[in-house]
Every structure is written in structure tokens, then in C-alpha cells.
Ligand binder design. Structure first.
Ligand code: ASP
Length: 291
């Protein structure tokens, strides 16, 4: 049984296959490849894009989707996560997409069910489908990605999106540069790091801006996010006319992560990422369920 818990779970060949399928889905639209299949989504942590993206993806493949409202589920009545999983599993789903505020939960659940588990984001752990859709978007825009330089900017230390992207993008030969204030910088010696975005702006091909993960901070770090924005907001004044692709997993803190002008700029691919999220998740669901 295959699961998608971390980006590492898919080797390069599998990812290339996912991209090929996603491209076909993007070109040809709806299919019935998962007709009569049942997909359950269970999100213990808030989500706008990821949950709806999985649900749209499943429906575009002809699957039936049951989406558990966690606030009304038995976990709020004290049922353990494992009992919830075992009960869901007893209904015979073909895949379960789970998000949880604690890193490691999807991995543990995968031991209790008889269908693929897809990690829709676990705490500060991993968000594999986000990294897959990000790489798909980069490849679509730039073609060859080996040797390209990407600056990941922001709260890298608390970001599951950063974790999954650092793993996947470096495996595909991109050079990752981490740009963050000291308290948002992870402890690693494996990647180039800087606190000053101006230092790397002339050499990067891509900037991936990240949201400050305030919900994962044990104490307030900035008096106001405006202090952070002074140094790390991606503005038109910073980017100028450079040939840089701008990405963000959303939700964007406007004028904190990226300013209004850059959000409107054609180099900013945030909505294209959302679009590609559906096609790449269609390909992931189809691969894990149909093989
Ligand atoms: N949507 C992404 C996530 O779920 C990024 C974020 O929330 O900042 O991790």
C-alpha cells in the first residue's frame, strides 16, 4: 500500500509520471478514472485551498467525496484519533486525505487503515502535494529546472511547505537559498542562508514567499508584522524588472509577504499554483488509487 506522507515517498520517476498525468488533465479536463471510488477528507486544522483543491480534484476524476466536519465529529466527543481512523476505514474508502496540527499524525494513521493516506499538511512537518504543485508550476514556467536558484523567504523554520519544497526541489537539482530573520531560520548547514534579501536578489530565478506561521509560535515574535515586512516583503521596488518567478502557497498576507503591485504582476504565479494544485492532486489521487 502506497501513501503520500512526505515528498520523499515519491521517487523522481514517480513525480515525473505525476507531472505527465497532471499536464494531460490540464489539457483535457474532466475524466471518470475514479468513478465509483470514495475519498474521505478529514481536516483537523483549518484549510481553504488544500481541502477544496483535493475535493475538486476528486470530483473531476468522477469520485465521490465525503468530507468530515471535524467540529461535529466524534473526536470532539473524546474519541481517539485512531478510533476515528479505524471507523472511517471500516466504511471502505479508497483514500483518506488528512490534515492535522501535529506533525506525524498522517504517518501514524497510515498504520491503522487499509487505503492510501495523503498528508494534506501536518503541523510544521510536511505538505507534499504543495511541493509537487510548486515544482510543477516552476517546470511549466521555466522548462529545465536543474541549476536554477530559488530563494525561500520567510518563516522557514515553522513551515511545512518549506520542508517539503527544500527536499523536493533540491532533489530535482535546484539550488535553495534560505532568506529569513534569525528566529525564522532553521538550523541546517546544508543550504546557503542569509538574512538580507538584497544579497541574493540579482542571482535568483525564483522567489517563494511564505506566510509567517503565527499559529505555530509559542510567543509573539514581532510587535507587528509590519516590522517583518520592512525587510522581507516582496515589493516591486525590490524585484524591479528582473526576470524572477514569484510563488506563494497562500494564504498571502497582503503587503506583509507580497505587496499589492507584485501580486498583480504577471511574474507572480500564485493563482496559477492554485490552478495547478487541482491537476497535480488529480494525478496524485489517481496514481495512489489506481496504481
Ligand atoms: N497553506 C499552506 C499550509 O497549509 C501555507 C500556509 O498556511 O501558510 O501550510
Amino acid at each position: 500500500m502506497k501513501h503520500l506522507i512526505n515528498s520523499r515517498d515519491f521517487d523522481i520517476q514517480t513525480i515525473e509520471g505525476i507531472f505527465k498525468k497532471a499536464k494531460t488533465f490540464k489539457e483535457s479536463g474532466f475524466t471518470n478514472l475514479l468513478k465509483d471510488r470514495l475519498i474521505i477528507t478529514i481536516f483537523f486544522e483549518n484549510s481553504t485551498r488544500t481541502k477544496s483543491s483535493f475535493e475538486v480534484a476528486a470530483k473531476r476524476l468522477g469520485a465521490t467525496v465525503v468530507s468530515l466536519d471535524v467540529s461535529q465529529s466524534s473526536s470532539s466527543k473524546g474519541e481517539t484519533l485512531f478510533d476515528t481512523a479505524a471507523n472511517l476505514d471500516a466504511m471502505g474508502p479508497d483514500a483518506i486525505v488528512v490534515r492535522h496540527k501535529n506533525a506525524g499524525v498522517p504517518k501514524i494513521l497510515s498504520n491503522y487503515v487499509n487505503c492510501p493516506i495523503i498528508n494534506g499538511g501536518d503541523g510544521a512537518g510536511a505538505h507534499p502535494t504543495q511541493a509537487i504543485l510548486d515544482l510543477f508550476t516552476i517546470k511549466e514556467e521555466l522548462g529545465k529546472v536543474k541549476g536554477k536558484k530559488i530563494a525561500i523567504v520567510g518563516d522557514i523554520k515553522n513551515s511545512r511547505v518549506a520542508n517539503s519544497n527544500v527536499e523536493l526541489l533540491s532533489r530535482f537539482g535546484l539550488e535553495v537559498i534560505m532568506v529569513a530573520p534569525p528566529h525564522f531560520m532553521p538550523k541546517t548547514k546544508n543550504f546557503r542562508q542569509t538574512h538580507d534579501i538584497n544579497e541574493i536578489i540579482d542571482e535568483v530565478d525564483i522567489i517563494m514567499s511564505l506566510r509567517t506561521q503565527t499559529e505555530r509560535h509559542s510567543n509573539q515574535i514581532y510587535a507587528s508584522l509590519k516590522d517583518y515586512a520592512k525587510d522581507f516583503c516582496i515589493t516591486k521596488e525590490l524585484v524591479k524588472d528582473r526576470n524572477i518567478l514569484l510563488l506563494h502557497p497562500g494564504p498571502v498576507h497582503r503587503n506583509i509577504d507580497i505587496d499589492d503591485d507584485m501580486l498583480k504582476d504577471p511574474r507572480c504565479k500564485v493563482l496559477e499554483q492554485v490552478k495547478n494544485g487541482v491537476f497535480t492532486r488529480m494525478a496524485v489521487l489517481e496514481y495512489l488509487i489506481n496504481g
